[in-house]
Ligand binder design. Structure first.
Ligand SMILES: Cc1cc2nc3c(=O)[nH]c(=O)nc-3n(C[C@H](O)[C@H](O)[C@H](O)COP(=O)(O)O)c2cc1C
Length: 327
């Protein structure tokens, strides 16, 4: 018997594969498609802090958008297109129809009054909240302690407004990475590693900065495996792996490193929802071949604590490589 069911933030999942926040989780129909394909849960498309603030305080939002830069125009346009109320309806309808856990997602960078929206998310029936905290430490005048404090303030403020489990989707631009991740894991139920940015790509003909595209490659998953593997022994809560998981082998690798679940997006765009079905089949087959009955039988087996050569997560790998001994 092979059982791929698992738990994530106290929720029961039929599979460790979650449809990550994307267009594929932006309508009830699509959420139902994800459930049908075998997703263990979905993270809904994010609602932005700015959208929530707009509903709470129209006057202030007008002030926010008084000076019309391109970026603000975009936010203003986007905000009109995606009403916050319809987000709550999406939670309600998805919960009613999909039959799998529904994780709401908020893209945020402050602990402004939007945090009270967590109450509405809870009332609408979401099973958990994922905070996509987007604070790029790009200000040379702000030190890492101040950036870290902002993260902690956001989580504290949201937690005061909800009893739902909270996952933190973060990037990897931190000093004292392991220490900060462990601190964050102590005030939340899960860490989602890592958020993927829309990287710039300079066009040398038009001399403009363009978006480098939003889809990942499997090579990008190495960074995720490293940090899941390193953090697993130190994080009591859950870890979700995301970025560059495109197939069943990718799922197995991240579970072995120590992830409780994986989140996928790019593969949905490239290969459709059935990619989740294929990943589930691969996972079952791999477990059968290796005689594992439950996910917990092998989850974290190759984490920093479990691997017999954990140095490969660290510097030893580079020494080997640069001395010509590595592949
Ligand atoms: C087109 C697109 C839209 C996305 N929208 C969101 C979003 O609204 N909120 C969010 O937290 N992540 C968003 N993501 C990030 C994904 O949830 C995921 O974390 C990331 O793409 C890495 O997974 P992948 O390598 O499977 O694509 C988006 C990704 C893509 C490709």
């Amino acid at each position: 018997m092979t059982d791929i069911s698992t738990t994530y933030m106290g929720l029961s999942l039929s599979s460790p594969i979650i449809a990550g926040s994307s267009d594929f989780t932006s309508s009830t129909e699509r959420v139902m498609e994800m459930a049908k394909a075998g997703a263990g849960a979905v993270v809904l498309k994010s609602v932005f802090e700015e959208q929530i603030l707009m509903e709470i305080d129209a006057q202030r939002t007008n002030n926010m958008f008084n000076s019309y830069t391109d970026a603000e125009n975009y936010v203003s346009f986007y905000t009109r297109q995606h009403e916050v109320q319809s987000y709550l309806n999406l939670i309600r309808d998805s919960k009613k129809n999909a039959g799998i856990p529904i994780i709401a997602s908020v893209h945020c960078s402050t602990n402004d009054s939007w945090v009270s929206f967590a109450k509405d998310i809870e009332r609408s029936g979401a099973d958990a909240i994922e905070l996509n905290i987007f604070i790029l430490p790009s200000d040379p005048n702000e030190n890492d302690a101040s950036v870290a404090a902002r993260y902690i303030e956001i989580v504290d403020s949201v937690k005061k407004n909800t009893t739902l489990p909270v996952a933190l989707k973060v990037h990897h631009y931190f000093t004292g990475m392991a220490n900060f991740m462990v601190n964050l894991s102590e005030i939340s139920e899960a860490l989602v590693l890592f958020n993927r940015f829309f990287n710039p790509d300079i066009n040398i003909n038009t001399m403009t900065i363009e978006s480098g595209g939003s889809f990942s490659t499997p090579e990008e998953n190495g960074l995720v495996q490293r940090w899941i593997g390193i953090l697993r022994p130190f994080v009591k809560g859950n870890l979700a792996a995301t970025t560059g998981i495109h197939d069943g082998a990718g799922v197995v690798k991240n579970l072995l490193a120590g992830a409780n679940v994986v989140q996928v997006a790019t593969t949905l765009y490239k290969s459709g929802p059935e990619s989740i079905t294929q990943m589930n089949s691969f996972l079952k087959k791999w477990m059968m071949e290796h005689k594992y009955e439950y996910i917990s039988d092998f989850q974290g087996k190759l984490s920093y604590a479990g691997a017999n050569n954990p140095g490969l997560y660290e510097r030893a790998q580079f020494m080997k490589y640069f001395s010509g001994l590595g592949k």
